[in-house]
Design a protein around this ligand. Structure first.
Ligand code: 13P
Length: 250
């Protein structure tokens, strides 16, 4: 049985004050979350604050991105060893916003995946198609290409220490969630793609769904056979909504 996992991706949101309040709110309801591991992925600069607030709690944390480089002349970047120094357990890699706004390529995403793992950080690898790709029946091709780039560079065994998030781009921040059946179809495809290389690894890797997950649709999504939890954007900024989503994994 795969462990349920719900991660909040705060994106470019928060202040010291709002983050402290949000974390206090989530912590105060955590006794109701029975089954899921819960993580929050904060803007880099707030990671020390998050680390301090979550000390001795059941909530873990991570970053929303990581450099593919370890150190050097890369102005503005943050590396995996830096994140490790602050005990980040996770780093999101290949979020669609990074791919589309910052032009991250499949190869770069694969390099980030490896960089994180080299320092004991579990990558949360995001994959997903754009609306026009879905409409032209290219969903599986796109997801396969994004996945294969990482398998080629990191190897199938590396997925023992990674999480995958399927996030259809057309569902992110739009209020248009994939139906549970639509999401399940792609999740099953992802698992089959991994199984071609190693069925055991495919069976144990957690695959999260992301894209307008809300308290009222989380339960039906998480009920699908290959959906192991969620990567939550907007709804993770509200303590009670995020907690309801975490409880939907119970
Ligand atoms: P929303 O939940 O705001 O649609 O964002 C999803 C997402 O991008 C999580 O990484």
């Amino acid at each position: 049985m795969r462990q349920r996992f719900v991660a909040g991706n705060w994106k470019l949101n928060g202040t010291r004050q709002s983050i402290s309040t949000l974390l206090q709110g989530i912590l105060s309801g955590m006794q109701d979350v029975k089954n899921a591991e819960v993580a929050v992925c904060a803007p880099y600069i707030y990671i020390p604050l998050v680390a301090e607030s979550l000390k001795n709690s059941a909530i873990v944390y991570g970053a929303q991105n990581v450099s593919e480089y370890e150190s050097g002349a890369y102005t503005g970047e943050i590396s995996a060893p830096m994140l490790k120094e602050f005990d980040c357990k996770y780093a999101i890699v290949g979020h669609s916003e990074r791919r589309s706004i910052y032009n991250e390529t499949d190869q770069q995403v694969a390099a980030k995946f490896v960089a994180a793992q080299n320092f004991g950080i579990r990558p949360i690898l995001c994959v997903g198609e754009r609306l026009e790709e879905r409409e032209s029946n290219d969903t599986e091709n796109v997801v396969a290409r994004q996945l294969d780039a990482v398998i080629a560079k990191a190897g199938i065994e590396s997925f023992r220490e990674a999480v995958i998030a399927y996030e259809p781009v057309w569902a992110i921040g739009t209020g248009k969630t994939a139906s549970p059946e639509q999401a399940q179809e792609v999740h099953a495809f992802i698992r089959q793609r991994l199984a071609r290389k190693n069925p055991e690894v495919a069976n144990l890797v957690q695959i999260l769904y992301g894209g307008s997950v809300k308290p009222d649709n989380a339960r039906s999504l998480f009920a699908q056979a290959d959906i192991d939890g969620g990567l939550i954007g907007g709804a993770s900024l509200d303590a009670s909504g995020f907690l309801s989503i975490c409880c939907a994994a119970n």
